[in-house]
Design a protein around this ligand. Structure first.
Ligand SMILES: *[C@@H]1O[C@H](CO)[C@@H](O)[C@H](O)[C@H]1NC(C)=O
Ligand SMILES: *[C@@H]1O[C@H](CO)[C@@H](O)[C@H](O)[C@H]1NC(C)=O
Length: 388
């Protein structure tokens, strides 16, 4: 079971980071109001095709409302980018990135550029030609469509997290094989990386979420060599220091963290240190810095994606379940009741996919792995129905 889990792990993760990124963008959108008039089913709509199948890519919402997907493993996709335009519902290829990478992070900066950081490197036959963890970074400039080199991180990182701070800097955490307790901050003005104080715990395959007060919560993951942890800590962005807070009730990696509109953070699923797939979810309250168990999901999952919807609910999609299969199942968490309910399933099974909240509040899932069929090519959009 354990070696299987390790293998699965390699086949997963970035979803966690991407979810955090899309959640952060989503939380900037005002919360919508429920309409009680119409009963309409939520639904997933296929929205064109990627040029090639892709998994372990990264995705971000660009300030112009387009979705940028970059890198990943698939059919010659590791240095490519594609853009989805919600107004034309069309995908177009961008210029190629400088580097071929997967399990990297993608963070939309306040200056409109998108920061691509780290990941796993490969040359055109990526799976057969792994070159290892990367410190290289590049910027995508939406206004010109160009990729621009920028300074490297101080540490090579993969399965790290990248979180946009209030001041526009980006906090990158963990993911290093030899310095997993390090974190560093990117300043878009200077295009420079500065190491910040070390984490209290080593972390890889952890999750991160920005709180409403601008601090960053990181939880779980693995230390070295390979112990799943429940520890949580907070980054104070004003002092650049870390503080341990109460541990989660469960050890988790390949879980997600989502900032809710009430300021609490929802930790969902993942795998524990017995390699059990978790259906448990729990809430972090920043006012007490403690965790409370909330509703269990209908199905356990890891390598899923989680997105905050405009109605305040959280959509989780896909992942791998306890049968070892990739899932097309989706569920909704209602913070008002603390309960999970099933919603319509995606058309395709996916794990380690990306989920990006669009400007209108819809959620676009892209790529991902189906353990039976490989990388996915068909993106889908979840539209919020009035009865959610
Ligand atoms: C969609 O993109 C293709 C190129 O990939 C282009 O030829 C076509 O005109 C676009 N369609 C729309 C509706 O923008
Ligand atoms: C969650 O998973 C545990 C362990 O597999 C199981 O005993 C429990 O019934 C599940 N809970 C729900 C609500 O499905």
């Amino acid at each position: 079971m354990h070696s299987k889990s390790i293998r699965n792990t390699l086949l997963l993760v970035l979803s966690t980071l991407l979810v955090v990124i899309s959640t952060n963008l989503g939380s900037a959108t005002p919360v919508g109001f429920r309409s009680r008039t119409a009963i309409k089913q939520s639904k997933w709509t296929e929205t064109g095709q990627l040029s090639n199948p892709r998994m372990y890519q990264a995705a971000s919402l660009s300030p112009d409302g387009k979705v940028l997907v970059s890198g990943g493993i698939g059919d010659d996709v590791c240095s490519t980018g594609e853009l989805y335009d919600p107004t034309t519902k069309n995908w177009t290829k961008t210029f190629d990135m400088t580097d071929c990478r997967w399990f990297h992070t993608s963070t939309t900066l306040k200056n409109g550029k998108v920061l691509i950081a780290g990941g796993y490197a490969g040359t055109p036959a990526p799976l057969n030609n792994v070159e290892g963890l990367m410190s290289q970074c590049e910027l995508y400039e939406a206004s010109t469509g160009f990729w621009i080199p920028t300074n490297q991180m101080n540490v090579q990182r993969c399965f790290h997290t990248a979180t946009l701070l209030r001041n526009g800097n980006v906090l990158v955490v963990g993911g290093s094989d030899d310095q997993p307790n390090t974190a560093e901050v990117y300043d878009p003005k200077m295009e420079s990386w500065t190491q910040t104080t070390n984490l209290q715990y080593e972390r890889k395959w952890h999750a991160a979420a920005a709180l409403k007060n601008g601090n960053v919560l990181v939880t779980g993951g693995h230390d070295l060599p390979f112990n799943t942890i429940d520890n949580a800590e907070l980054y104070d962005s004003s002092t650049g220091t870390w503080k341990a807070v109460a541990s989660m009730k469960y050890k988790r990696y390949l879980h997600t963290l989502t900032l809710l509109t009430n300021g609490k953070v929802l930790a969902v699923g993942g795998i524990d240190d017995n390699d059990d797939v978790l259906n448990t979810t729990e809430l972090f309250d920043p006012s007490t810095e403690t965790w409370t168990i909330t509703g269990a999901m209908v199905r356990g999952r890891f390598g899923h994606a989680a997105s905050l919807l405009n109605n305040g609910k959280v959509l989780v999609s896909g992942g791998q379940d306890d049968t070892g299969a990739s899932s097309n199942n989706a569920e909704l968490y209602d913070p008002a009741t603390g309960k999970w309910t099933s919603t319509n399933s995606m058309h395709y099974k996916r794990q380690s996919h990306t989920a990006t909240v669009l400007a209108n509040g819809d959620v676009m899932v892209i790529g991902g792995n189906d353990v039976d069929h490989g990388a996915q090519v068909t993106p889908e959009i979840y539209s919020l129905s009035t009865d959610d």
